[in-house]
Ligand binder design. Sequence first.
Ligand code: ZN
Ligand code: ZN
Length: 333
Amino acid sequence: MINALAILEPGGKLEPFRYDPGELSTHDVEIAVSHCGICHSDLSMIDNEWGRSQYPLVPGHEVVGTISALGSNVKNLSLGQNVGLGWQSSYCNHCSLCMNGDHNLCREAQPTIVGRHGGFADKVRADATSVVPIPDGIALDTAGPMFCAGSTVFNPLVEYEIKPTAKVGVIGIGGLGHLALKFLNAWGCEVTAFTSSESKASEASALGAHNTINSRDPEQIKQAKDRFDFILSTVNVKLDWNLYLTTLSPRGRLHFVGITLEPLDIAVFSMLGSLRSVSASPVSSPTTMSRMLEFARRHNIQPSVEKFRFDDANDAVDRLRSGEAHYRVVLER
Ligand SMILES: [Zn+2]
Ligand SMILES: [Zn+2]
């Protein structure tokens, strides 16, 4: 049996919940969970904001732990190995996307907490392909957020081959944004944080931003005309996207990793004359996660987290909801 914490109704509280995962399938592994980060997507699923939640719902898709059982066909992982698991727990492993290493785009990819139970538990199961070894030198107690937040902001650096000479803006300094600042600084880019207050500006500098722009001051944003090669938006609120587009250099890209449910209202004229692009991307493939961990180890990058015991998981969820957490909340045993 697996001892988990589950939400029984939309917006409900976490309650103890036991379930029988059945026999371990030949290509799956079981992870003994030591830590699990809490992501805004967990909140969205708890609240059924996307209309796809099934209850009882066991949240948790920033899992860190050790392999406690191996399916008979699993060759790439070993018992006792330190591993992480993110938003996706299973892939078809044979479509052209999977064969190309783009597992994160597989049409059969199964999210860890949609139709299956996640990492707010003593154990969780996943297809071995989706489980990523954690190299020595990565602190386990802060590693959890790497597997969703980290992988989400690292992915576009690889996908769009962001150059170290690039000028990059980051919108939103939270769970995703704070890691984006750390990664981009180490990547070599000139990093500008769009922040909403003076106190956030000094925090952004400490996290790796070379410059800050007050996002509540349209005049300051206008002064950054034609400046950025790449802007990464990590927020889930509507902003004046046409104004942000004017700060992109020709061929610049406004890229979304935060999910704004409100449709974008973007003027073609803001893009057309300067060959600007607007795009979005999900979490990375497992291969890119491994590259991210290696990069993070080399540059001594780790998520900044606040830790709570699994027993205090409801307080931890409330803390994330408050928007005050610096910058990610992690559950530990
Ligand atoms: Zn997530
Ligand atoms: Zn596939």
